[in-house]
Design a protein around this ligand. Structure first.
Ligand code: FAD
Length: 555
């Protein structure tokens, strides 16, 4: 690059093309900043494009339009309760105050629009200020043709739905019930009809994170922001204590890109870095159990640290119990809430409410794990009744599970609990006792040990036709199944500590001029918790937006 080359001279440089990065770039360009997005891979979208696309932003216009009643005071009380200990109040206040305006900006300047996910409860709906009806919105379906040639560069989803079917979050809830509920059948019929109709109209519908990432990308095209794919940032340019640009590899050649108003690090988490995971996280850990985006190796976090930034929450992640299947881990959602299944440790004992929020579930796995009584892996035990009624990680009810799952050692089946226990190395006596007790709880409709089904969040993924408790059914019908459960995640949540303008902070609390971080590159406003569906993407977008506003204001 020649000095002063206008091709490498910008006001605001965004590193990473996920929700945080693209929202920031859109905002900056709308505010008149000459903006560039650098993306390491040949695809844009990161984990955002792989995701469910849920966005948790209390009080946003789409929630109001859908008739959700809420107050700022309630939302603040709730967030303070679930994340208060680990996040500064100023960060929580900034998120709640600016989130709705950010979403308005996205809706006004991209083809994305959002709708409430009815009843998708906050993860702690019974906590002060919590909402059983939920505060989460998801993108409405988007015709992929709006992307034009950029469609080829959209990062593929984590689990593509079979036969070109497009499923929303709201659809998934009902479709997971398989054949056990009339609403499951009508939803499946509606989704199939929609697929046929869109084929006839030569439309390709995108949902969830695909729709969000695609819509944001179209917004960038409209405002003229270039997105340089296959251009990894390799470091930051620093002059007089201020970040003035980034170093990157463009067409394999080292280049320096100037950023007069600042650089936003939005490179996602470090879920794919074995080195950082083993440095900061508790064993057993690795990079095989995450479903986060393949290139999220913590580059932004390391660059921020090299510039003097301080880290927080690095031991934590957006955890979730996951099954390590041969094609990649499956992050369990409805599977562990539906009735007729339990989790057990090596002693064959239950040790948690299996339907609990997924971050909490893995916190319990780590907290209880010992050499004498391993909880990693633990095992999800289910019976044939469960398999006859519900979809299991995409496999329809009654359909045999793929042979390669059994061959991999992640799934077992046996005609008796004792035989199953023997196969998976779990105490047969313990398992028999646990299943007997649990089946008594299920018949009574009350989990006296762990309260499964007490929370509205548990019940969201339960079976409303299962009485008296939608999350509990006895395990009585052989054959029995065991699924290996490991501490997977959607990505990591620790990173650079930032202030309410998303400015990266040093250990002494001072600001590194010209350097911002948002999304999973930053230590997030949720602290160790997860307030509700969409509570990673909502803050990622909001702090990306706030970074751009701050860069524009020139502070
Ligand atoms: C299957 C799945 C489902 C999920 N569902 C939800 C949900 O419904 N709601 C929710 O809130 N959260 C959900 N999550 C989590 C959520 O997707 C992420 O937390 C969020 O998208 C992170 O956004 P981000 O902008 O920080 O990073 P990403 O979206 O991961 O984007 C980071 C980008 O930076 C790029 N990058 C990395 N290093 C460099 C470099 N050196 N130079 C340039 N670019 C670089 C990466 O390639 C990537 O494209 C889900 C995640 C997964 C995987």
């Amino acid at each position: 690059m020649a000095a002063g080359d206008p091709d490498f001279d910008f006001d605001f440089v965004v590193v990473g093309s996920g929700a945080a990065g693209m929202t920031a770039a859109l905002t900056a360009a709308l505010r008149g900043l000459r903006t560039l997005v650098l993306e390491k891979t040949e695809f844009f979208g990161g984990s955002t494009a792989r995701s469910g696309g849920g966005v948790w932003i209390p009080g946003n216009a789409d929630l109001r339009r859908c008739g959700v009643t809420d107050t700022a005071e309630q939302a603040s009380r709730y967030l303070g309760h679930v994340a208060g200990e680990d996040t500064p109040a100023a960060l929580r206040a900034a998120f709640l105050e600016h989130g709705p305006a950010m979403l308005d900006l996205v809706v006004a300047n991209t083809p994305v629009s959002f709708t409430w996910v009815p009843g998708y409860a906050d993860y702690y709906p019974e906590a002060p200020g919590g909402r059983a009806g939920g505060r989460s919105v998801e993108p409405k379906l988007l015709d992929a043709r709006v992307l034009g040639a950029d469609l080829a560069s959209l990062r593929p989803p984590y689990l593509p739905a079979p036969a070109g079917i497009t499923v929303t979050q709201a659809n998934y809830r009902w479709m997971s019930l398989g054949t056990s509920h009339p609403r499951a059948l009508t939803t499946t019929a509606r989704v199939t009809a929609r697929m046929i109709l869109s084929r006839l109209r030569h439309r390709q519908l995108l949902s969830m994170g695909q729709a969000l990432a695609a819509g944001l990308r179209v917004g960038l095209t409209r405002v003229g922001v270039p997105v340089w794919l296959s251009t990894p940032m390799t470091g930051l340019e620093i002059s007089g204590g201020r970040v003035t640009g980034v170093r990157a590899l463009r067409d394999g050649q080292p280049v320096v890109v100037r950023a007069a108003r600042g650089v936003l690090l939005a490179t996602g988490g470090f879920e794919r870095s074995a080195v950082l995971r083993s440095r900061y996280q508790r064993a057993p850990i690795g990079t095989d159990w995450t479903v986060g985006s393949p290139a999220n190796t913590g580059d932004g976090i390391e660059a921020g640290v090299a510039a003097g930034g301080v880290l927080a929450l690095m031991d934590d992640a957006w955890w979730g119990p996951s099954i390590p299947l041969p094609g990649g881990p499956v992050f369990c959602l409805a599977e562990r809430s539906l009735p007729g299944s339990i989790f057990v440790n090596a002693a064959g004992e239950r040790f948690m409410n299996e339907a609990a929020p997924y971050v909490d579930a893995v916190h319990v796995m780590y907290a209880r794990h010992t050499d004498d009584n391993p909880h990693i892996p633990c095992w999800m035990i289910a019976d044939q009744r469960y398999r006859n009624r519900y979809v299991f990680t995409g496999v329809p009810p009654r359909k045999p599970l793929p042979r390669r799952w059994y061959a991999s050692g992640a799934v077992f089946r046996a005609s008796s609990l004792a035989e199953l226990a023997d196969q998976i190395g779990v105490s047969a006596e313990g398992l028999a006792k646990t299943v007997k007790e649990f089946s008594e709880f299920a018949s009574a409709g009350k989990d006296a040990e762990f309260g499964r089904g007490d929370s509205a969040y548990d019940r969201y993924y339960g079976d409303p036709n299962c009485k008296p408790n939608p999350n509990l059914a006895p395990l009585t019908q052989p054959p029995f199944y065991a699924f290996k459960i490991v501490p997977g995640d959607l990505g990591t949540k620790g990173g650079l500590r930032t202030d309410e303008h998303a400015r990266v902070l040093r250990d002494d609390g001072s600001v590194i001029e010209g350097l911002y971080a948002a999304g999973n590159t930053s230590a997030l406003v949720m602290g160790r918790s997860y307030a509700g569906p969409g509570a990673t993407i909502g803050p990622a977008m909001t702090f990306g937006y706030l970074a751009a506003l701050d860069a524009e204001s020139g502070s």
